[in-house]
Design a protein around this ligand. Structure first.
Ligand SMILES: Nc1ncnc2c1ncn2[C@@H]1O[C@H](COP(=O)(O)OP(=O)(O)OP(=O)(O)O)[C@@H](O)[C@H]1O
Ligand SMILES: [Mg+2]
Length: 257
């Protein structure tokens, strides 16, 4: 099968990312079929779907880690070669280095970018506080709670420095209470940092709570079977899950899973 990569230089108005007619396969095994969607500036969208439907594959395509069969991926004014450095990608597992401190784990992207010791310190120290990690810089991952580990992983992702964040099931390993706290925390954080986010999840409540739009992926190969706009009062996020509207969205999504 010929793998064609067509990335276009386009101005995307308020869209920071556009995926058009994307199909991906592993060898002869098709995984994603004809996906099209946009990501707006400062928008959070969720990609929701069962295990094995191709959610991580979608991220790996956008990040430029794997070849696509057909379709286009446009990331604001960028050709494919540069695309690899256009998104901040948080992997499905937190993958902290156990032998490195919180500080060293978080600063890794800046070290890779060749920043100086002073630049790194000036950037990381204030953010540790913003990410709820004050006074943890010298701790090792095994000394942290699950929620703290995730915040280190979020900080490391943020320090990759891009305005598009791809988050692959960032909350799935957390217990219910920690997860709920982390979701609200992240929601406030992205509003403040102006990150456009694609969140992969198989948790329907999480998708509704955090997103402006939900894309439901289903089938073999995976297709977008439903796109749902979520309207909510962004300043009253904590009461949203118990609202009538929330339940309505949930019922609608369940029809497609
Ligand atoms: N490197 C690979 N080579 C061959 N097949 C793969 C590879 N990676 C994933 N697959 C297959 O592609 C399909 C989609 O996998 P993917 O990891 O994208 O699913 P997912 O939606 O992220 O699942 P989960 O919710 O379990 O993380 C699966 O059938 C999987 O077995
Ligand atoms: Mg996955």
């Amino acid at each position: 099968m010929t793998k064609a990569l067509v990335f276009q230089m386009t101005s995307l108005k308020s869209n920071v990312l556009r995926v058009e007619k994307l199909s991906v396969s592993y060898g002869e095994h098709p995984v994603l079929d004809n996906l099209s969607f946009d990501l707006g500036k400062n928008e959070i969208i969720s990609v929701l779907g069962p295990s094995g439907v191709g959610k991580t594959t979608l991220f790996q395509s956008i990040a430029g880690f794997i070849d696509i069969d057909t379709g286009t991926i446009q990331i604001q004014g960028s050709l494919y070669d540069q695309t690899k450095n256009k998104v901040s990608y948080m992997l499905q597992k937190d993958l902290l280095f156990e032998h490195k401190t919180v500080y060293d784990n978080a600063s890794l992207p800046l070290v890779i970018q060749g920043k100086t010791y002073e630049e790194i310190k000036g950037k990381v120290m204030p953010l540790l506080q913003r990410f709820g990690l004050e006074n943890t810089e010298n701790l090792y991952p095994f000394q942290l709670s699950g929620g703290m580990r995730q915040r280190v992983a979020f900080l490391r992702t943020f320090l990759m420095g891009h305005r598009i964040a791809l988050l692959d099931e960032p909350f799935s390993a957390l217990d219910t209470i920690t997860r709920s706290k982390m979701q609200t925390w992240y929601y406030e954080l992205v509003k403040e940092l102006e990150l456009s986010t694609i969140l992969v999840t198989h948790d329907i409540d999480e998708a509704i709570l955090l997103s402006d739009r939900v894309l439901v992926l289903n089938g073999k190969p995976g297709k977008i079977v439903k796109e749902l706009v979520i309207e909510k009062d962004k300043n009253a996020i904590e009461s949203f899950p118990t609202s009538h509207a929330f339940l309505g969205y949930k019922k609608e999504i369940l029809k497609y899973l």
